[in-house]
Design a binder for this molecule. Structure first.
Ligand SMILES: [Zn+2]
Length: 262
């Protein structure tokens, strides 16, 4: 019985590139079509941050493998969008195919048309971009209990939440030795942090991976085998123990129980 699915064309970017989504499926087919309270993970928000793209792909691969092996907590559904900004990746740029910074385009209560540099262009109006429209609809329908998105900058785990977010931020900090910060240190109107936490009350974790992948060419021109065999394992080594704590089945629940149930 299939316990997960991939939708290769869950949404389309502004330049009509497919955006994929993978998700766990409920163990009991008699239950709700989609389980409540998933954890949502989003990679590749900014196309010029290859670490954030590779991390999104690595977490997707790991979740699928562990889900198939019955190693994950069946009570904790997950949704992963490995690359939200395929236009930016193809063009090796921060913004999407229409020049919009997706992490300034959320229909947040503090969205503002003002921006200091073109790389922070928030779009013509809040939620104007197809990538953000699809994501906001997903968030409204599925109501995730936590959203984690992957970027690359100064190594840090930015937690926008009250104390309950520490339940997830602490294992990630422990595994990576990255510090937990409560702010990125500069204003980010129209960002996922503000939209998710201030407007919807959903804790948001922004992982800022250290920048270390070579930047002289777009990610899609880097040899895929090098990405898969060199970059991804090195990155995933840092983060796997943290995600293991968040998603692993509780120690007292046995595999046979999960397999035998339905
Ligand atoms: Zn970023």
């Amino acid at each position: 019985m299939k316990t997960w699915q991939t939708r290769p064309q869950w949404a389309l970017s502004s330049q009509s590139r497919p955006i994929a989504l993978s998700e766990s499926l409920p163990p009991d087919s008699a239950g709700p079509l989609f389980p409540a309270d998933p954890i949502l993970l989003i990679g590749g928000v900014h196309g010029d941050e290859p670490e954030g793209v590779v991390l999104g792909q690595a977490v997707e691969k790991w979740l699928i493998q562990e889900q198939e092996a019955g190693h994950l907590n069946p009570e904790q559904p997950w949704i992963v969008i490995p690359c939200l900004n395929p236009d930016g990746v193809a063009l090796n740029q921060r913004v999407n195919g229409r020049g919009v910074d997706l992490n300034r385009n959320y229909p947040a209560s503090n969205w503002s048309p003002e921006h200091s540099q073109s790389r922070y262009f928030p779009g013509p109006s809040p939620g104007s971009e197809p990538e953000i429209q699809a994501l906001v609809q997903l968030i409204q329908e599925r109501r995730p209990k936590l959203i984690i998105h992957f970027h690359a900058w100064k190594p840090s785990i930015v937690l926008t939440s009250d104390a309950r977010g520490l339940e997830w931020a602490q294992p990630l900090a422990q595994a990576s030795s990255y510090p937990i910060m409560d702010s990125i240190g500069y204003p980010t109107p129209g960002s996922l942090s503000h939209f998710g936490w201030q407007d919807l009350g959903t804790p948001i974790i922004c992982i800022e991976e250290e920048e270390w992948i070579e930047r002289d060419k777009p990610l899609d021109q880097i040899d895929p085998s090098q990405l898969e065999n060199h970059y991804a394992p090195r990155l995933w080594e840092r983060w796997r123990p943290g995600f293991q704590k968040i998603f692993a089945a509780p120690k007292n629940s046995s595999n046979s129980h999960q397999k035998g149930g339905q």
